[in-house]
Design a protein around this ligand. Structure first.
Ligand code: GAP
Length: 438
């Protein structure tokens, strides 16, 4: 694939694979689908969870300066008034006067992508927040919004976290969860949807250290994608021009991935300055600042925010991992997913359905289940079963055969090299733990 030639075939294959193998289904499919929403199937829910866990591991578990939060999705209009979202969180909407489709003006270069007409209305600001009512009465006093980003939940809990966690700047609050935006044109499968998941971290720093920490988080976040297997040539950092910056940002850079349609955003890393804490302090009347007892200094921290999309990132990992090759003269499609991201880490495959193999196979399964998700598949030929596991990225298949009954050893097959090694069952857990820990 090159930058100039979008690889529609790759996109089609990944989307088909997602449907066929139970990663992602169109939502409400039996009713014809529902407005670009998607459901995550048995394998998709495992992989999405793995993406979020890998983020949490790197951003919270392996650090001592970041704590977690899970704030409410249903939120007060006061939050969005203070944050500027009620006034500013808009996209320019235009109508095509010919076919009556609606588009985002900044994405279509003056021509309707549906019918080609240039007879479009003037753009008007369309607010992307989903509005609802909390309680049985639909009136102004009960208006609530589904959060369009997880970030604000962390700003409005700044004092709660500061007081209960005894952290001091530089420190961060991390959150993973659903966000909702009434996108005018959801598109490209799960790349842009109205309901999606974010992985965001607000890192509170002394104002004079903001530039240093901004650079630090650019490096950290790039490394995360590379360590989990995105090839360097499909990943880049793009710094925003001054005119492109959000209303709260002093500097922003996007981590971009080379999608089948070209370079597009995976994550935004922003220096949000003290904009949010000051805005919420002003609107709530609470002092949202840090008092340093050692120096007697009082200040409003600046915030560096790495904000990623979990669902969008899962799609990028799938696209980057997809490959086709030949094994023993037979074509296969394979997902070269990092073991931490693959839906199943292992699969136990009794060589045949023969009853004699079942008890030992189940013993092996029970031995491996504590190490990760383990599939168990007895149907069809062993070759077909290997192909099926390769196609969904299972890094290791463990085959129990008739010799296993005599020598208490099994065959471990590597997805990427297809090499097979005989391993005694009493060393199997240790062997796989080692291989999976890379
Ligand atoms: N708190 C800052 C913030 O929300 P953003 O760039 O609007 O920044 C961060 O969103 C990330 O969330 C994006 O980089 C993207 O990965 C994901 N995201 C945003 N809108 C999305 C949508 N409609 N569908 C899927 N993912 C989305």
């Amino acid at each position: 694939m090159t930058e100039d030639a979008p690889d529609h075939e790759l996109m089609e294959r990944v989307v088909n694979l997602c449907k066929r193998r139970g990663l992602v289904f169109p939502s409400a499919e039996i009713y014809g689908g529902f407005r670009s929403t998607y459901d995550y199937g048995p394998l998709g829910v495992l992989m999405l969870r793995n993406v979020k866990d890998a983020w949490w591991r790197s951003m919270v578990q392996l650090r001592d300066d970041v704590v977690g939060l899970d704030a409410a999705i249903l939120s007060s209009p006061k939050i969005w008034e203070a944050s500027g979202h009620l006034a500013n969180f808009t996209d320019p909407l235009v109508d095509c006067r010919s076919c009556h489709e609606r588009w985002r003006a900044d994405k279509i270069e003056g021509r309707c992508p549906n019918c080609g007409s240039t007879d479009l209305t003037e753009p008007r600001a369309f607010n992307l927040m989903f509005k609802t009512y909390a309680g049985p009465v639909e009136e102004d006093a009960t208006v609530a919004y589904l959060r369009p980003e997880t970030a604000q939940g962390m700003f409005v809990n700044f004092l709660n976290v500061l007081q209960t966690s005894r952290k001091k700047p530089p420190f961060g609050i991390a959150q993973v969860g659903k966000s909702f935006r009434n996108e005018i044109t959801p598109q490209n499968f799960v790349f842009r949807t109205r309901e999606f998941e974010q992985m965001e971290m607000e890192y509170f720093v002394p104002p004079d250290e903001a530039d240093k920490w901004f650079e630090y988080w650019l490096d950290e976040r790039m490394r995360w994608y590379l360590d989990l297997g995105i090839p360097a040539e499909r990943l880049r950092l793009r710094h925003h021009e001054a005119g492109e910056l959000s209303h709260y940002s002093a500097a922003t850079a996007d981590v971009e991935f080379l999608f089948p349609w070209g370079w597009d955003e995976l994550e935004g890393i922003a220096n949000r300055t003290d904009y949010d804490l000051k805005a919420h302090a002003e609107h709530s009347g609470e002092k949202l600042e840090y008092f340093d007892q050692a120096t007697g200094e009082r200040y409003v921290p600046y915030v560096i925010e790495p904000a990623a999309g979990a669902t969008r990132t899962m799609m990028a990992f799938l696209i980057a991992a997809y490959g086709e090759d030949e094994v023993g003269g037979e074509k296969r499609s394979v997902l070269h997913l990092h073991p931490r991201l693959a839906p199943h880490q292992m699969a136990v495959l009794p060589l045949s359905k023969n009853d004699a193999l079942v008890p030992l196979s189940r013993e092996v399964l029970a031995l491996l289940q504590p190490l990760g998700m383990c599939d168990f598949d007895v149907t069809q030929s062993i070759g077909r079963r290997y192909r099926r596991q390769d196609e969904v990225g299972t890094p290791y298949c463990v085959t129990v055969d008739f010799d296993s009954l005599e020598d208490r050893a099994v065959t471990v097959r590597d997805r990427d090299t297809t090499e097979q090694a005989r391993v005694p069952i009493d060393r199997l857990a240790e062997e796989l733990r080692g291989r999976l820990a890379r």
